[in-house]
Structure formats: structure tokens, C-alpha cells
Ligand binder design. Sequence first.
Ligand SMILES: C=C(OP(=O)(O)O)C(=O)O
Ligand SMILES: [Mg+2]
Length: 570
Amino acid sequence: MSELISGIAASAGIAIAKAFILENPELNIVKKPIENSEAEIARFQDALDKAKVELAAIKDRAFSELGEDKAAIFAAHLLVLSDPELIDAVKQKIQSENVNAESAMDEISSMFINMFEQMDNEYMKERAADIRDVSKRVLSHLLQVTFATPASITEEVIIIAEDLTPSDTAQLNRKFVKGFATDIGGRTSHSAIMSRSMEIPAVVGTKSVTTKIKNGVMVIIDGLDGQVIVDPSEDTIKQYEDKKETYARQKAEWAKLVNEATHTEDGHHVELAANIGTPADVQGVLDNGGEGVGLYRTEFLYMGRDQLPSEEEQFSAYKEVLEKMGEKPVVIRTLDIGGDKELPYLDLPKEMNPFLGFRAIRLCLEEQDMFRTQLRALLRASVYGNLKIMFPMIATLDEFRSAKAILLEEKEKLSSEGTSVSDSIEIGIMVEIPSTAVMADIFAKEVDFFSIGTNDLIQYTMAADRMNEQVSYLYQPYSPAILRLVKMVIDAAHKEGKWAGMCGEMAGDSVAIPILLGLGLDEFSMSATSILPARSQISRLSKEKIADSLDKILNMSTTAEVEAFVKESF
Ligand SMILES: C=C(OP(=O)(O)O)C(=O)O
Ligand SMILES: [Mg+2]
């Protein structure tokens, strides 16, 4: 009997093949006293060396098959293997406590893993995953245990695993591995990100694939709808083969749009840009036909380290993005730290309500040295491309004026030092706080552009924490309340001859797109892989037709009503 298991759609596509269970044997670590700590440290060093050789080979393979940015994960793993904070702590433990290397490594790495995992932050959680991966590799050498690796697969399969480590994913041979499903993980976990860049259909976070699927059984991975079908009937297989073909045709259609501008059926032009977190993401933007970067979240430059990035470091990151994007616009947002994005080394006091606290522009206006360093780096980089600077979390006009005044002061200073700075940098703001949306007409007289941050605008408007599962039903992008605010912002911008974009997740949402188009949004910034499907959708929409229904939509009473109407009408 076939069975359906639901999970999170991590990488689009359909795959049909036999299951290959990738089991990681339990590492049996027993704490034992040792006699000779010098010899034990040498044994530990030997395991480290072997792990390094192995990792270097995986890194080279990832580099040639997946490209530089994916290989960077393994460069990071190699760094973990040489990180004195971790490695010296293990050696010290062996020496001072006379314990075996396995238990010392396990205890110290678990301590770091717990520390990073407890941080309410995706980036830090990924660092925990890196340490877990590296530690397992070293332990396997110490215990002389061999793991099943995806590299040993030589027939067409679908991998079923509790989770795939980044190194597992890098060893996947696309010729044989048609798809994978895991028990744990989310859309932003390493394995999910890599599956998308390798275009291997994947469903993650199913909670139960490893317990419900046996080796060799037929499996369908539906990475479009996040479903795994176990032991399907002939009819079901046929049905999914058709779905696979339809998707392949659709992708081929999308690919034709890579170098096209984005136009509606009735000839209205909008710009489709991408959100990025690091310079390495730019390639994906270009490959997916992005017309610009609508949001560069610079906070990632500040994370995963123990001190602030220098002006030089920032300058070279910003310059790299601007140069790679050529003449295309690049909106770089100044530091938006706080809320769920912590910087432990800033030593900020714990707050009752971090999302409503001392964060983003509030912090930057207070910690001016830090802010000015970033602004100088941005201004210096401005001559290398089409830079637009954006301030996050603006709640009052005074905040914007102060931030802009500091920016202009730094510009003056640089000019008087003889450093060239572009004269055409637009200065805009995120609209993600309701007070700013309501006052958009006033702001529009002074800013060069708006970018609506619906991730936060929705949570602040609905008073519903965006991280809290229990109130996630209130996270309603199509709520008429949100749509009315979005309309106020777009209308206010246009009245003053300015442009309005959106960089919250809503901009790439296929139900929201027709409404936003009708409201006149000028720029949609989304994850790079959403750009081509969005361009294709927009090409089939008529702005005029949607505009005729706008009054009706804005006067609907519920989100459900809006959603049903849009799905039916456009
Ligand atoms: C784009 C946004 O910013 P972030 O997700 O980084 O808070 C937003 O709030 O919509
Ligand atoms: Mg935000």
C-alpha cells in the first residue's frame, strides 16, 4: 500500500527511484582514562590530519562540481579543524584530565554545538551544523568507523536520511542521486540550499522518512509540493511522470526569460531584483536573470566572528557586489542587527522584547563609530557600480534625517580627503514599521525610495511575533490591513515621483504578486530562484485588469476572501 509523507518542499522537481537509506552508525563514545596523554594527543592529531586530507578532497570536488561558493563550506570546515578555540581545548582536556581523545572531542564540540544552537539565529545554527559535521568526521577516524557515503552510490536512487550533512550533499552524484528526503531540516538548512543549487528535488523536515521507508522500496519525491510517496501504484507513478514532464516544460519556458525584462501582458514594466546575504550570492542573482539587488542584508558580514568587520573588509565586500552587478542597481541596507539577529561581541543587554528594542538604526545612531565605519565603506565602494543606500527600521522622520546627516558628513569628509564618491547615490528607507507606512506621504518628500519590508511590517501591524509558531496564523500578507498600508506607501512614493519596492518575502509570493502589480509596485525583490517563475507569471497578467478589481480587494473583510478571489480571477 502506498503511503504519503508530508514535509517541507526544499528543492523543486519530481524524482522517482528506489530508496537508499543513508544510515549514520551510532558513534559509541566511552569516556576512558588514559596513561600517556602525549601519545593520546598524537593519536588525536593523526585523526585531525586524516580528516583534513579527506575534507580537502571533498572541497576540491565541490569546487569543480558546484562552484566556489559551495566549496566555501568545506573551506570553513577546514578552518574549524584548525580552530585553536576548539582543537586546543580538546588537547588541553586530554592532558589535564587524562581522558581519551574521543570523549574529549565529543564533550568540547558538544559544548560549542549547544552554544550555537541556542542562539535564535539561522546563521549560528548553521555553524553548529558545521561543527557537528567536522566533529563526526574526526570521531570516525578515532573510532575507526566507516560511514556509508553518498559517493559509494552507483545506481539511480533517492536518498533517505535523518539529515544530510553539507559534506554528504557535496558528494551527491547527480547522475545517480535523483532526489532526497530527510527527517529534519528546513528551507534554509545547508542541505536544502545545496539541493536547490544542484537542482536535486528534495523534501526535508518530514520527521519520519527514515522510520517509514525501507531500503530498495520505490519512492517519489515531490519537491514542488513537499511530499514523499512511498511504494506508489503504477497509476500514481504515471501521474507523477506527467507532473515531472509538465514541470520540465515549465522550467524550459522560464529559462527563456533569463535575459528578458519583466513586462505584464499589457506592457507595464516592473523590476525583479533579488535579496542577498553575501557577495557569493550574486552569481545566483545573475544566473536567475535578476535585474538588480533589492536588498543586501549586510548584517551577515558582522556575524560568525568575534569583532566588528573593518572598513576595508566591508569596502571589499560592497565593491565586489557592485562590480559583479555592473550597471544594475544594488540596494545595500545598513546594519540591521537586533531582534533575532544577535551580535554577541557587542555585549548588548538582554531585552524583554528584542523585536521592539534597541536594534537596527536605533543602535547605529547610538553607536556612531560602528555606523560611520560602514557608511565610509559604502561611500568608497559607490564608484564601482549603481549603489543605493537604505536604512532599516525607520520609525520617525527624525531618525531618517539623523542617519542621512551622518552619511552626508562622512561623504564630505571623504571628499575633502580626496577620495572619490559617487554623486548619484539614492538614499532610501525600509518601510517595515506601521508609523512609517502611515506617514509615507511625509517621508516621500525627503527619501529617494521606499522598500517595503513586509516580514516586519506584518508582525508589527498584527502584533504577532514572526518567529512564534503559535501566532503564525496572524502572519497574513493578504490581509486587507496590510494591503491598505502597502497602497499608502506606493501612492505616497508616486505622488512625489519616487519609486517603491518591496523586499519582504511577500514580493515573491504568487498570490500577492497580482495585487502588488495592480497597486503599482515598481520593484519586487525576492530570493533569486523565485525570479523566473515570477517573471513568467507577470507576463501573463494584465495590470489594467487587476487595477479594476483593486477597490473590491481592498474592501474585502478577510485574508481568505482576498486569497480566493485572486486565485480565481488572475
Ligand atoms: C526584508 C525585511 O527585513 P528582514 O527580513 O531582514 O528583517 C523585512 O522585514 O521584510
Ligand atoms: Mg526587517
